[in-house]
Design a protein around this ligand. Sequence first.
Ligand code: SF4
Ligand code: SF4
Length: 317
Amino acid sequence: MANLLWLQGGACSGNTMSFLNAEEPSACDLVTDFGINVLWHPSLGMELGENLQKLLRSLVTGATPLDIFVFEGTVVNAPNGTGEWNRFAGRDWVADLSKVANFVVAIGDCATWGGIPATAPNPSESVGLQFLKRNHGGFLGPNFKSKGGLPVINVPGCPAHPDWITQIVVAVATGRAGDLLLDDFQRPKTFFASFTQTGCTRNMHFAYKISATEFGQRKGCLFYDLGCRGPMTHSPCNRILWNRQSSKTRAGMPCLGCTEPEFPFQDLAPGTLFKTQTVMGVPKDMPSGVDKTAYVKFSAAGKASAPKWAEEDIFVV
Ligand code: SF4
Ligand code: SF4
């Protein structure tokens, strides 16, 4: 039996919505099949007011062991660095609960790197648990490790995919946290070593530089005109499909890069959203690991060798 507590900071509840839609395994499977005892969750917990305070106090004192502390949303430091807006019952619980938890899991961009709320001018003075955008540190500091010996396990996304959430929680609850290899941003490599582009049905159009020019077009790659960040975004969105059916890029919508610390990338200036930014005709952001000279060569060679069928809609059913 593993005790799990889920709290929210500055959050829209999007990751909770995602979690409740999980299928492999589902939120119910966590309880019935994997022995996870959900002590409290903002949308599922029955305790309110004094009863909830009693539970939180018993966790902080160690009277009730806390195996997994899941946090969704930013840590809000406003106003003026006091954190007054972040308190429940006059207290900041996040630091104290993180100290007593065996493992701390940050779900979604807000909890991992600050996400949209931490984007300038950041009026809520939001930070992620252990990062602020690309900067290591965040609320708990760069040296934080939970009692189980791991830093915060970051499961980013806006929201994170339901099954990324439940599969990581199960791994931790069943004693396999030590098997989780984390990347430089503390993301489990099993999900975040590959790219959104890995498994995208438009890869051949990427290779032949055949561009989609409108959302929802069935042929064409969304990189060249519509700003797709699939080649430089670490996510398994085309390996673990959304709703077991599809993904943004399969449906004809550019990847926005929501699992990366800089998200949201767009400065929202008119005409910049869903438009590939270029410098002298070359995309400003290159596919990961590709330099501009190599890009110019491979895209020219791809375009020159494109077969006729690459210009046709081959998805006829
Ligand atoms: S649509 Fe995006 S993810 Fe798919 S091949 Fe093109 S650039 Fe890559
Ligand atoms: S396709 Fe891109 S923007 Fe969409 S969920 Fe995946 S990583 Fe995020």
